[in-house]
Design a protein around this ligand. Sequence first.
Ligand code: GLU
Length: 459
Amino acid sequence: MTGCMALVFCVAALTAWIVSADAKELSITTIKEDPYTMSRGSELEGYCIDLITELSRKLVFKYKLHLVKDSKYGTMDSSGNWNGMIGEVIRGEADLAVAPLTLTAVREQFVDMSTPFMQTGIGFVLRKDTEESSFSLLSPFSTDMWVGVLIAFLLTGLCIFLVGRISPTEWAGPDTEEHSFTLLHSFWYITGALTLQGAGPHPKALSGRLVSAIWWLFAVLLLASYFGNFNSMLHSNNKHISIESFEDLANQDVIDYGTVESGSTMLFFKHSTNPLYQRIYQHMERKKSFVSSTQEGVRRAQEGNFAFIGEAVSLDLAVARYCDLCRSQEVIGMRAYSIAAPMGSPLVKNLTVAILQLSESGMLTHLRHKWWASSCAGADRAHNSEALQAHDLRGLFLLLGLGLGVGLLMALLELLSRARNQAKDGKKSCCSVLTSELNQRFGSKEESAEQDASDKSKA
Ligand code: GLU
């Protein structure tokens, strides 16, 4: 019975509204803010304008749109008077306020607000710090990558040196000092290759050539990766940003910061009990760093040395439009935008139903994509321009390691084959020839001489 009466009441209210709306256009107040309400010639366009059109189509009403006189969203002063769009709705100067108007507890006590049509939170934007980016020659590679390159360099130098010693083709007369690949020359040789400057003499043995060729390949691919990343970092806008959270913002005094005056973001900080947010409000109050609109906040952020604290959806648009801005990762104080109507207005229930229908049909998502399309071409590129990590080029390191291993093995095989030939000719065991060869190459001079003498006496 009660349900029946409520339905009858609702239908009656809706009919009365439609009838009165037929007679009188609804007066809707809004505020100029990109991309919700923007001027195009004498017309207005934007997300909120499309939303009003959809709602008027669904609920069949006519409307007259005007911009709020004081260009404010709405806060209450000490004597209990409201300004902005909320003030206009309370005073009956507007039937509805359709704008990025945040649903807050205090507003809900003075006006009726529909179900939200958009969710958001509070963040800040600031200019990417180009001055701070003393672009360093080391930045294209991460520290572990540089360590990897250094280890690869040392191992390859050592490997070339060992191959030069072991391979009989490289050092045919180990009792003489006439061989090219001393430790110093080995490192000089691979340094030359790393800078694409041939520093001869080159290895003669197959093993030495294999190690050199692998190192050349490694050097070319390493240089290509280095310069590729160097170029992308040089042109990237993704510069180092040291202020990433509200805590960072509060703990520095180089960059000023502020919110829109008479907006819910300012009130959030004003009434917060969190000591950090209180500190942020006190700073803004002391410095009088509030801005009159989101546009002004974004403009000041672009000029530099200013962080504009605002609602994340609006900031996302600014970041999408102006590639020199970046938004904080941290988003606090979840909130939502709703349509405001005078207390007890029969419109609110119908607006709520219509907004839910628009949301369920995907229309709100469509509008969001339509008005938030990104035009910042640098956004994707910035993503790619981080320092290369060692694991990004692990294939290259693996190839080098494999090449060095195979090169060393080949040098040993070369020596083994020479030892076998000598053993055959001199009728000695292959093992003793190999030991004496290795002693000559790596042992001290006295040891080698002793070995020679004993070999001769045996012979
Ligand atoms: N959406 C806010 C409001 O309804 C205005 C913007 C802001 O305070 O950041 O008051």
